[in-house]
Design a protein around this ligand. Structure first.
Ligand code: SF4
Length: 721
């Protein structure tokens, strides 16, 4: 315990005081109080790694003027309490300290996560912690979602007639409670017209009397909980632009952040932008009524223009697609004439929208109804202007020769994307004094087998930052005695796209047979993870008849992942064949998951435009393709042990785990043959890094040894004598 006013420190072991014995002011807990002596009744058990992480964060917040903590907290470490508690106590400390009160934004914290489930957890934990730490009246907090989640209280007129009454009642209730009209509060499925009424379309802003309560104002909170995408938009416009100035940023589930950041720093134009404009026009009863009553025929011309613009865009991206290389990358030089033409057409449509907006408020039609129609036209105008900005960016990009961006043509879109985020996002992150970047998979073993954060540091552009520290806070689970890595030498090398079909068929047969015997060994309750749908379907066709005989059902990942997971949970002894969304974020503690099988090392696709651009720049497989693969395998294998009592196997059926990048196919096969003749546990090159990164020390390569472990591990589960 510590008094922020007179700096008196008391040991929590000997004191249960809440007030300073010198000045009578409130005392602030330290990390030992909370995590070691379990004061405040927050943690049930003392976990050394959690205490260490919390202490490192406290030191960062307390002592350093600025700095970054890179923190890998293994499963079960209790990462969120380890960053929440020191951050909340620091806010209390600063609020109570007179000096800190004078600094704007000095006691504000932003926490960004990848998944909503973690945001919901934080929304549950923060008020609980504020209450237990007696901070309820010191710190305010809230969850900031994207603006499309909240409806405008004044948009009743924009709602189709049939739903208008329900919407009116909904906003009345929100107004009464002084809370934003959050999509989550709407009873039933979100209506298809929601985008038309969300606050993104607001033209009034502070001039509206409802502005104070119709939308969240994160600048008024001490703690803002948000997601990576919204954080990315804040960073893209300069830190604090969305949330108000903040001094501390926590990025949790950070291994996913770069993907989300890429979206905020990219630009795109999709065919559906025009489709949605047209849909809005054709559904707009008011606009039709307005055209009939007023005779403003130019409104019809406007509709035609949008239709034409949509058709021209289709021609544009088809032309771009025809000129794209195998990575879908295009040279804007090839379509510059088409682009300029298109820009002119959009310009005339924008002019017409502007004219219509003016006409609707002219003396002739100057009642409330036409004023509302004018606002509607202004909203259309705003959407068209963003299209115009995209074209300008594309033409500007063409002149800039910026090699850190690629332009790609997709089936129904054109995109401008950054290749390396670090150089763009890093300078923005460096403007935030304290940063805690954390995840269960953030470090990766280097060539010597030592955990390294350098890949992620480069991705975030936060390298050699002053005050940067890194820590690996190990999981409290007993992996050595509860988990076995099975990595056989005798599996076939995965086929390449240009290999003969019989080679692929042989691979499918062998993988299918191995999966079947592994699933029988543990009696189902297995995840089989794939990175390509075709592989999953082909292997399913071979495995399903074998497992049917053993009465083990396979659940195929087709459609909604949540529904598939539910089916898996509810089906005894089931095996799940899953794609990307089952590699991470799925938590199945207990006996329902006893084995994770990884069929093929998930290297990024070489024809992905970003991967291709990185390969052109570095020409280094170990730099470009190996780290993402290792992170994915770490995530996939991390599904297995989710509680202290969990036990099971991670099986990797790709023999490249042993051969690494040791040359061509013949050399790899030679290496596998020599391993089979003279067994050892020494993988080569990236295989070595992968083994060290996984942290599974018990490795077996033959099925017979695995059977022994199965008897030992699952006797209790299977009720064997
Ligand atoms: S401030 Fe804007 S979004 Fe909020 S009620 Fe007023 S018009 Fe609607």
């Amino acid at each position: 315990m510590r008094c922020p006013s007179c700096e008196l420190t008391l040991s929590a072991e000997t004191s249960a005081l809440e007030e300073c014995t010198l000045c009578g002011g409130p005392l602030i807990a330290n990390m030992d109080d909370v995590f070691k002596y379990k004061k405040y009744n927050i943690v049930r058990e003392s976990r050394p790694a959690q205490l260490e992480m919390a202490q490192d964060i406290w030191n960062l917040l307390e002592r350093e003027p600025s700095g970054t903590l890179w923190a890998e907290g293994g499963t079960g470490t209790g990462k969120s309490f380890a960053y929440l508690i020191p951050s909340l106590l620091k806010i209390q400390d600063q609020v109570l300290s007179e000096n800190a009160n004078k600094k704007t934004g000095s006691r504000r914290l932003v926490i960004a996560t990848a998944k909503k489930i973690l945001q919901d957890q934080l929304a549950h934990d923060i008020p609980m912690l504020l209450s237990k730490l007696h901070l309820g009246n010191v710190a305010s907090w809230g969850v900031m979602k994207g603006r499309s989640n909240y409806a405008c209280w004044r948009a009743v007129r924009d709602v189709p007639e049939k739903d208008r009454r329900q919407f009116q009642l909904f906003v009345d209730e929100c107004r009464q409670r002084r809370q934003p009209a959050d999509k989550n509060l709407w009873v039933g499925l979100a209506p298809e017209w929601w985008d038309d009424v969300c606050i993104e379309n607001c033209l009034s802003g502070t001039s509206c009397p409802d502005f104070e309560f119709c939308q969240p104002h994160p600048g008024a909170w001490n703690i803002v909980v948000t997601n990576h995408h919204i954080l990315a938009y804040d960073l893209a416009r300069g830190p604090g632009s969305l949330f108000g100035a903040y001094s501390t940023l926590v990025i949790d589930e950070a291994h996913n952040a770069i993907g989300a950041f890429r979206g905020a720093f990219s630009k795109e134009l999709r065919e559906k932008t025009f489709e949605s404009l047209l849909k809005k026009l054709s559904k707009d009863d008011n606009l039709r009524e307005c055209i009939d009553d007023s005779g403003v025929t130019s409104a019809l011309r406007y509709r035609q223009k949008i239709e034409n613009n949509g058709r021209e865009f289709i021609t544009l991206y088809r032309a771009a697609l025809a000129r794209a290389d195998k990575n879908r990358q295009i040279n804007p030089d090839d379509i510059v004439g088409d682009l300029e033409n298109f820009a002119e057409k959009i310009e005339t449509t924008i002019d017409l929208t502007r004219d219509l907006a003016t006409n609707f408020v002219s003396a002739k039609f100057g009642d409330d109804f036409y004023r509302a129609m004018s606002q509607r036209m202004q909203k259309f105008n705003r959407r068209l202007t963003t299209i115009q900005e995209f074209i300008a960016a594309l033409l500007g990009f063409n002149k800039s020769n910026d090699t850190n961006f690629v332009v790609t043509a997709e089936e129904k879109a054109i995109l401008i994307q950054p290749v390396e985020l670090g150089t763009i996002v890093g300078p923005e992150l460096m403007k935030i004094p304290k940063k805690i970047i954390t995840s269960a998979t953030l470090a990766m073993a280097d060539e010597r087998g030592t955990p390294s954060f350098s890949f992620q540091q480069e991705q975030f552009g936060v390298t050699n930052a002053p005050g940067a520290i890194a820590g690996v806070y190990p999981s409290p689970f007993d992996y050595d005695n509860h988990a076995v890595l099975y990595a056989p030498y005798d599996m076939p090398l995965p086929p390449k796209p240009d290999d003969p079909p019989e080679e692929r068929a042989a691979w499918v047969d062998k993988i299918g047979a191995e999966i079947a015997r592994l699933c029988e060994l543990v009696n189902g309750d297995t995840f089989v993870l794939f990175s390509a749908k075709k592989d999953m379907l082909d292997v399913y066709a071979v495995t399903q008849p074998k497992l049917r005989v053993a009465d083990i059902p396979i659940i195929l990942h087709e459609g909604d992942a949540a529904a598939i997971k539910k089916k898996y949970d509810e089906t005894p002894h089931s095996v799940l064949f899953g794609l990307k969304s089952f590699w991470e974020g799925i938590d199945i503690p207990g006996d329902k998951l006893r084995q994770v099988i990884i069929t093929k090392l998930p290297f990024p696709h070489p024809f992905d435009p970003i991967v291709a651009a990185l390969n052109r720049k570095y020409n280094d497989f170990n730099r470009v393709s190996v780290p993402p693969m290792i992170y994915d395998v770490k995530q996939g294998s991390g599904r297995l042990i989710r509680s202290k009592t969990d036990r099971g196997f991670v099986s990797i059926l790709d023999p490249r785990i042993w051969t690494g990048g040791s040359g061509g196919k013949e050399r790899q096969l030679g290496h596998l043959r020599s391993l089979a003749a003279n067994p050892c546990f020494k993988p080569l090159s990236y295989g070595k890094r992968l083994f060290s990164s996984l942290g599974l020390n018990k490795v077996v390569y033959d099925f017979t040894t695995l059977q022994t472990y199965a008897k030992h591990f699952f006797r209790r589960v299977n009720n064997d004598p």
